[in-house]
Design a protein around this ligand. Structure first.
Ligand code: SAH
Length: 294
């Protein structure tokens, strides 16, 4: 039986995959892909591979509303048990908001070996896009927190006051899945962080559609609204962005802005979000059809 590889596809640019990710994807017989992994990336990696592995889209954009986690786990266990070389391909890094914990537990419980192949998490790609360091010592950054804007099961949602306190203590906040929750974030931090605290948003980091805006906490919500920013995007908050702000000359008054070079790039290239996902050669899980062991 082959071990299952839980592989990070990185934020979008195929060149950001590790060599190991590249190899195990090419050696796979079955690839279970998440939303946020573009078809272009897989095409690049699988170039010249014959026979092509079967690609099953199991994410929201993969042709179905949302594949139940238990279904994905069963699929992996059955396929590995049937001798398939299974790659579970996830955007960014599998260990960052990627449900890899549940999948590793399911594989372990079924006695199936697995290996995580790390990828570049999108929060890091967002920092690169902004020309900002998560831990810039010039502003005494004490560390970084990767935070979800989403409510975790059984939780009332992020404790924005506590997170703002961390940010006030010099911790850079990198917020995933947070665009829709930005108003709650901004309202929740009031007592801790001033309106002038630097903030930024990066959408589609490390893809041809990358867009970014530097602003402040006070102007974050209008920046998102006026700029039409939407998921997938990373929000970053913290003094480390002062250097990005200084570098581009962008400011709160500008409201919506991108570093000049990147704005030009984004305008020059168009990215069709829908067509980039789930081409017809991929198996869609629309029908909720059970994976059949061959
Ligand atoms: N495992 C992934 C995160 C999955 S959660 C990683 O390590 O990056 C999904 C969230 O990731 C999205 O809602 C968005 O906040 C972020 N994301 C993923 N890809 C992105 C990209 N290319 N640009 C900006 N944000 C991205």
């Amino acid at each position: 039986m082959h071990k299952v590889h839980l592989v990070g596809a990185g934020p979008g640019d195929p060149e950001l995959l590790t060599r190991k990710a590249w190899r195990v994807i090419r050696e796979a017989s079955l690839i279970l892909v998440d939303e946020l992994v573009g078809a272009g990336l897989l095409d690049a990696v699988l170039e010249g591979v014959e026979p092509r592995p079967r690609v099953v889209a199991v994410g929201k954009r993969g042709g179905c509303r949302s594949t139940p986690q238990a279904f994905i786990e069963r699929l992996m266990v059955r396929a590995a048990g049937a001798g398939e070389r299974v790659v579970r391909l996830k955007g960014g890094d599998p260990l960052v908001f990627g449900r890899a914990g549940e999948e590793m537990a399911a594989l372990a419980a079924a006695g199936i070996g697995f290996e995580v192949v790390n990828g570049i998490t999108s929060g890091l790609a967002a920092a690169s896009a902004l020309g900002a360091c998560w831990t810039d010592r010039r502003c005494g950054a004490a560390g970084v927190m990767l935070v979800t804007g989403h409510s975790q099961p059984g939780s009332a949602g992020p404790d924005w006051d506590a997170l703002a306190a961390a940010a006030a203590a010099g911790v850079t906040l990198v917020i995933y899945m947070g665009v829709a929750r930005a108003p709650a974030l901004v309202a929740g931090r009031r007592a801790r962080l001033p309106d002038s605290t630097p903030a930024a948003i990066v959408q589609h980091a490390a893809t041809p559609a990358e867009r970014s805006a530097l602003c402040t906490l006070g102007s974050l919500v209008p920046t998102i609204d006026q700029g039409g920013f939407a998921s997938p995007a990373i929000l970053m908050i913290g003094a480390v962005l002062e250097f990005a702000l200084a570098a581009t000359g962008d400011s709160e008054s500008a409201g919506v802005g991108s570093p000049p070079g990147r704005a030009a790039c984004a305008a020059a290239r168009r990215f069709d979000d829908q067509s980039a996902f789930s081409p017809s050669s991929w198996t869609s899980l629309d029908q909720r059809s059970e994976y059949s062991v061959r």
